[in-house]
Design a binder for this molecule. Structure first.
Ligand code: GLN
Length: 430
């Protein structure tokens, strides 16, 4: 039976691009029955506009549901709307949206983090029960940390990306955000598993009941996660959190990830290269607004993209096109792949002895709106989140106290396909 869900919450933070005042849900007896769930606006929803936070997709209504959206509907969820995001996922604050920034529910003069800032703000402000985000280089974990909620980036391949509008395919995953680890676990159970329409989706369903039994769990603490650029008060609050895990029976050990020196560069070369290719489909013919023209195709393509893509997206397309151009390929893209492999090897080495790697999610608390107007300073803020994407391993952010009344996130990273253990470590902390 189809039931009505009235979504009447006030949107103080501009968390939504599209909201459905009346959302319907199916009485399926599923684990999400009657739950209000928000979906990031880069995940396709049949009949509901999907813009990726961009003017270039204004008015685009997908004719099909993403795999994860089908899963939500089958689990009985009411999809209440589409959340604000940095355009195509490019950003760390949700300020790069064509639909205005989202603000932080704890302090509206600050950013919610990004790029899934709308999803995190909607959960953090109590508008919805849970939300879906996507994480290419931290976009679930960063806003979860800044908004004081839980966010999980699953292992690469654990959740189908069919219907996710691609930014950087080799890095990104769809994942859950919620108030509690239990909520995140429930949403993860609904979306994970195989899908023949995404060849990278493994046959690894997720059926797990969180356990706080972590006696003997080995937790490695990398020195690089507490180094230069990490706010000492944030570092202290995360060290205290790791101390609590020790009290609960975990053993900690120091470790080092030397490849982190190149991780950010490897990330930005890889994601801009993939974006320059993925975003070439936005040509003004197939999707979004189009302009009647009698000019050459070349002029039209240039003007359309110059008009409807935002500044940051244009910057990244140019960077990626340059990095992939003949003569520079070996210098940038090929080198980035070597650095990426080194990050993966560092993780595999540490995971021979340790079950979990722990550190801060973000080097600072939520920035003031406008504080990171220089793109480089914004890129630097991703240093602690991108390694997990480069290696493809699962990582969760769980709230661990406050600094200046703003939430701080503890990041817990696990082995490939050990999402369950990452969830347990977070559950034990919570
Ligand atoms: N902030 C990072 C970027 O701008 C990560 C974004 C993401 O995970 N989508 O690319």
């Amino acid at each position: 039976m189809v039931k009505e869900y009235f979504f009447e919450k006030t949107d103080r933070t501009n968390a939504f691009i599209t909201r459905l005042d009346l959302a319907m849900y199916e009485e399926t007896g599923g684990p999400l029955e009657g739950k209000g769930i928000a979906v990031k606006d880069n995940i396709s929803t049949a009949g509901i506009p999907t813009t990726c936070g961009s003017r270039i997709l204004a008015g685009y209504v997908p004719p099909f549901d993403a795999h994860v959206v089908t899963c939500l509907r089958e689990a009985g969820a009411a999809i209440v709307g589409k959340t604000n995001m940095d355009e195509f996922g490019m950003g760390t604050t949700t300020e790069n949206s064509a639909y205005g920034p989202t603000t932080n529910p704890h302090d509206t003069s600050r950013v919610p983090g990004g790029s899934s800032g709308g999803s995190a703000a909607a959960v953090g402000d109590g508008m919805v029960d849970m939300a879906l985000g996507s994480d290419t280089g931290g976009s679930i974990r960063c806003p979860a940390a800044f908004c004081g909620i839980v966010g999980l980036k699953p292992t690469f391949g654990r959740v189908s990306r069919y219907g996710l509008i691609a930014y950087s395919n080799s890095l990104e995953q769809i994942g859950p955000l919620g108030q509690t680890v239990t909520d995140v676990n429930t949403l993860m159970s609904a979306i994970a598993g195989p899908d023949s329409r995404d060849s990278t989706a493994y046959d690894r369903p997720y059926t797990h009941t969180p356990s706080s039994e972590i006696a003997g769990m080995k937790i490695a603490v990398p020195e690089e996660f507490f180094g230069e650029g990490v706010d000492p008060t944030v570092a202290e609050s995360v060290r205290n959190a790791i101390g609590k895990l020790e009290d609960a029976g975990a053993e900690t050990m120091a470790c080092s990830i030397p490849s982190m020196a190149y991780a950010l560069a490897a990330y930005y070369v890889t994601c801009t290269s993939e974006a320059s290719s993925n975003l070439s489909r936005f040509d003004g013919v197939r999707f979004g607004p189009s302009v009647e023209t009698k000019r050459s195709w070349h002029d039209e393509y240039r003007d359309h993209r110059g008009t409807f893509f935002g500044k940051e997206v244009q910057r990244r397309i140019l960077l990626g096109t340059f990095a992939l151009s003949a003569g520079y390929y070996g210098k940038y893209y090929a080198k980035a792949q070597v650095a990426r492999e080194n990050v993966r090897k560092d993780f595999l080495r540490i995971f021979k002895d340790a079950d979990i790697i722990a550190g801060p999610t973000m080097p600072q608390i939520a920035f003031k709106l406008g504080e990171k107007s220089d793109p480089l300073s914004m890129y630097l803020a991703d240093i602690l989140t991108v390694p997990a994407n480069l290696a493809g391993v699962p990582a969760i952010s769980v709230p661990c106290g406050t600094v200046d009344k703003m939430p701080v996130g503890l990041q817990l990273i696990g082995r490939h396909f050990e999402d369950e253990r990452v969830v347990d470590a977070a559950f034990a902390y919570e």
